[in-house]
Ligand binder design. Structure first.
Ligand code: PLP
Length: 414
């Protein structure tokens, strides 16, 4: 089994279902019975693998985690309740009060808020640098740094860093790389091949199968020597390369309670099977829309790593296997024109999500980034004139017609 789609559809060999069903059941339950008290003790001590309570593990969720592990060729996976839960769990498992995370200001708005408004008051420190500049990254890392964090394609700036270069700088200094791979998933970008230690994904997006439900993933690629980290040393002595995920499952993840529901795990497993088809179609649509908008007289600039004009194009081409993602952003004259364009659309939906089957549009500065001041938005690369489009899987000619008609209504060409 070599191809991505074959792997996604069939998954790793698992125990035959007693009824021969080709799609596993949803074990929608909480507690699991033990044959004897001793087995129960061994399970709680982590000496015998068994499900005990669905906040900690569940057979439907485990099957989904195993399918992702197989596709990503990773050491292990923990599925969580959302993409935000994935990021929060990883930061809390790697860092402590007084420790530092090195990242960029080009972050998803809620991730920036998690750092600034939730974790900073608990003592986490953060250093923002331009992660496309290895020298600046090297200078930002010190003995208190616990992780370098980046997004594979920053949203809405659509910047792509050279992940290999980031990993080399971080690893030379004994620091793991955590990457948010929501925009690509293992379908477009195999993070393990580029030195990423831990990948987090909002499976709410592509993987869920077209916006069916919220979920997140934490993937340990098995590359980082966890014994080097003081807070994981004793775990590494016991669990070797699984130290990070075992500690996560038995402490941070268990204690925070952000588990994925079995029903959502089942939906995301189903979504996984058609991931390749949907990603391919949305990437093809995004590229066609970006090319069309780039030539449009009313559009001032288009940000999409698939365009030759993008400063990230060469890096993206080197890293991504079959497409440049389904999201693009573009600039009109100002916010008023952005709103008028959005309101003029008949087919494309005004909604906050990405990687839905439907093409969606939003105005980042007044929605996801609305809580930040004009100065902060400027530093975060979110101008008022920017519109974001997440390409769905419709027929592209219909999308172009809808956009053109709305752009036409904006008034005469400049
Ligand atoms: N990471 C990225 C890049 C995102 O775009 C999002 C949501 O839009 C998240 C994380 C958070 O995911 P969720 O909504 O599943 O919590």
């Amino acid at each position: 089994m070599k191809g991505f789609s074959t792997k996604a559809v069939h998954g790793p060999a698992s125990a035959k279902d007693p009824h021969g069903t080709l799609r596993g059941p949803v074990y929608d339950n909480v507690a699991f019975e033990f044959d004897c008290a001793k087995d129960m003790q061994l399970s709680f001590e982590g000496r015998k693998l068994a499900h005990s309570y669905s906040r900690i593990s569940n057979p439907t969720v485990s099957e989904y985690e195993e399918r992702i592990r197989f596709l990503a060729d990773a050491a292990g996976v923990v599925a969580v309740s959302s993409g935000m839960a994935a990021i929060a769990n990883v930061f809390l498992a790697l860092a402590e009060s007084g420790a530092e995370i090195v990242t960029t200001r080009y972050l998803f708005g809620n991730t920036y808020s998690l750092i600034e408004n939730t974790l900073k008051p608990w003592g986490l420190k953060v250093v923002y640098v331009d992660l496309t500049d290895p020298k600046k990254l090297a200078a930002a890392i010190n003995e208190r740094t616990r992780a370098v964090f980046l997004e594979i394609i920053t949203n809405p700036q659509m910047q792509v860093a050279d992940v290999d270069a980031v990993a080399r700088v971080a690893h030379e200094r004994g620091v793991p790389v955590v990457l948010d791979g929501t925009m690509t998933t293992p379908c477009l970008f195999k993070s393990k091949d580029f030195g990423v230690d831990v990948e987090v994904i909002s499976s709410t997006k592509y993987i869920s199968g077209g916006a069916t439900s919220v979920g997140g993933l934490i993937i340990d690629n098995g590359l980082f020597p966890w014994a080097q980290r003081p807070n994981l040393k004793s775990w590494a002595e016991k669990y070797g390369p699984m130290a990070f995920l075992v500690r996560l499952r038995r402490e941070v993840y268990r204690n925070l309670g952000g588990c994925l529901s079995p029903h959502n795990a089942w939906l995301h497993t189903l979504g996984l099977e058609s991931l390749d088809l949907r990603v391919q179609k949305s990437c093809d649509n995004a590229l066609a829309l970006a090319r069309h908008l780039e030539k449009h007289p009313k559009v001032r600039a288009v940000n999409y790593p698939g365009l030759e004009s993008s400063p990230s194009h060469a890096t993206a081409k080197k890293q991504f296997s079959r497409g440049f993602g389904g999201v693009l952003t573009f600039q009109l004259a100002d916010k008023a024109e952005g709103f008028a364009f959005m309101d003029g659309l008949k087919l494309i939906r005004r909604a906050t999500n990405i990687h839905d089957n439907k093409t969606l549009v939003l105005h980042p500065a007044s929605t996801i980034f609305c809580e930040y001041s004009a100065a902060e938005k400027e530093k975060m690369g979110v101008p008022e004139s920017l519109v974001r489009l997440s390409a769905g899987i419709e027929d592209v000619d219909d999308l172009i017609e809808d956009m053109d008609s709305s752009l036409r209504a904006l008034g005469g060409p400049r």
